[in-house]
Design a protein around this ligand. Sequence first.
Ligand code: PHE
Length: 434
Amino acid sequence: MENNSRPKWSTKLAFILSAIGSAVGLGNIWRFPYIMGEGGGAVFLITYLILIFLICTIPLIAEIVIGKTMQKDNVGSYHAISKNFRIFGWSNVITTIFIMGFYFVVCGWIIDYFFKALVNYKMADCAQYFTSLTSDIFYAPMLGIVFTIACAFFIFQGLNKGVEAVNKFMVPALGVIMVLLAGYALTLPNSIAGIEFMFKPDFSKFNGHMVLTALGQALFTLSIGMGAMLIYGSYLPKEEKIGKNLFSIVIFDVIFALLAGVLIFCSVFSFGMQPEVGPSLVFITLPKIFAQMPCGYFVAALFFLLLFFAAFTSAISMLEVVVATFVERFNITRKHATVLTSIIVVVLVTLASLSLGAIPSLKLFGKNFFDLFDYTTSNIMLPLNSAIACLVAGWCVVPKLDNLFQYKFLHKIVLFMMRFILPIILISLIFIGN
Ligand code: PHE
């Protein structure tokens, strides 16, 4: 397919909002607070902030630059750099497909929690409710499938009428709901204990494992390592400078994570709960808290709407990676590519969902499919693809371009990090972390 038939962002703002929409997701609101809770609060936060600004911006630049320079889908972009690099593009696509396999399952649960909050459904026992929901043989996979179809509907409309339209509405809405909820949490009694937990460091909690977790989280939250930023970058004009765009993406991603932290920890401490409970923080601990709050069902509905918008805008970017590649590689229409992608995702979502409780024997290498998809993508594929993006951008793409930034020294530092430092850090992460 010719380059001039590819869609383009209608404005620069549309790109920034969509990239923020991709970055801000379950990673910020569901995962960040619980791993920060487990990692000891403020010390984790400081480590995370240093890593996100100094280290993880580099692969983000690498992905955007590759897409923007090559103006093609993920496989096409790598292929245009070298025929042998096509596999790197496919690695992006496959990683994305497996991420969707577990991410969309969680998105399905969110739909259920949102509607339950709307009708003010009283859960007798939140933990038991969560277990029975996630292990339901029919309902749980159905929710994931409904979520997939909803995303596919918008993807199907194309870049401007689908991806952009969703992000232009949902990202500002996310901001408003987030500020309202975090503000409300601050007014709860004893909310200050939550703020102290987030911002008062206890350096005895610092350890190597925590640094690795923080690095993995920083990559995941910026949507790096599966080519979402590459495909979004490929719809930018070739001459676009990336400096300011990049800054907005990272800063907003961090602000959303911090506000989610304020919202969750102020609530948790105010109601005397434990912050270190892991993934069930949002699905078991918070509903318990909402049940005790004045107007709790309204707060709960807003919270799950927030989670839904965040998840939806990230999910859209994942689908776009695969759909754009199918359209441009197989020369099929967007409609057919969307249907094909959705079928693949539905199969994986069903497998992952059933493996959680309905059919516990659905296991491979001793792990259920949900954990297997999560583990292999987060711990192996994301850092590996990010290292590849840095190496390819650093050695093959950036040297042929003008300065990436206004300041020459910044360009040199970034290039050096892309070529040497990041690949070393990321590959070590795979070996040490596993
Ligand atoms: N960044 C998203 C989040 O924080 C997840 C994501 C990963 C989205 C990779 C797209 C690509 O939830």
